[in-house]
Design a protein around this ligand. Structure first.
Ligand code: IMP
Ligand code: MG
Length: 180
């Protein structure tokens, strides 16, 4: 294990089982619907790649690059790095993110889609959900697993862009937080 990680929360096998369960549900729900999956980057990169290869449906993929975190705290504001978005009018949209924390990212993206496009529906999926109080009514339709309010990295999740490539999800050591 990486020396900056205090403990492993979800190992490869566990992650893979969670992804399979989610993929099965999504495949069932979107049968006969024209699905567009929007991956929220960079965090969902690895999760979405695993998830989509297990969904046996015709679908379109787009990637939206958004950022809200600096270090271990949400900045409370999100930035869209993209200007030209794929046409999603009349399509069933599934937003995929790595983690549902304050909920701000998915809430803002969902309302942008509802106000600026004619999408047929918009649903949300996150691999992790943190056990925290939130200021949003949004409840993601698909959640991989609920975790405690700890700062985690790996499987796409970062600390200032580090650790995304760890093949498991772990809690970062306090000492490591000042390193980057
Ligand atoms: P939200 O907008 O607060 O729900 O957070 C969304 C984004 O914050 C996620 O897509 C992550 O990029 C980032 N984030 C939230 N919690 C963590 C964490 O524990 N580790 C790494 N990134 C996190
Ligand atoms: Mg991040």
């Amino acid at each position: 294990m990486n020396e900056d990680i205090e403990k492993c929360l979800l190992d490869k096998q566990r992650i893979s089982a969670i992804v399979s369960t989610l993929a099965e549900k999504i495949e069932k729900d979107y049968k006969n619907k024209n699905l567009t999956v929007i991956a929220i980057l960079n965090g969902s990169l690895i999760f979405v790649a695993d998830l989509l290869r297990q969904i046996n449906l015709p679908l379109q993929i787009d990637c939206w690059s958004v950022s809200s975190y600096h270090g271990t705290k949400s900045t409370g504001e999100i930035k869209f790095r993209q200007h030209e978005l794929m046409n999603i009018d009349n399509r069933h949209v599934l937003l995929v993110d790595d983690i549902f924390d304050t909920g701000l990212t998915l809430t803002k993206i969902k309302s942008k889609i509802i106000s600026e496009t004619k999408a047929a529906s918009v649903a949300c999926c996150a691999f992790l959900r943190k056990n925290v109080k939130r200021n949003t009514d949004l409840i993601p339709e698909y959640i991989g697993i609920d975790i405690e309010d700890e700062f985690v990295v790996g499987y796409g999740l970062d600390y200032n862009e580090h650790y995304r490539n760890l093949p498991y999800i772990g809690v970062l050591k306090k000492e490591a937080i000042k390193n980057y």
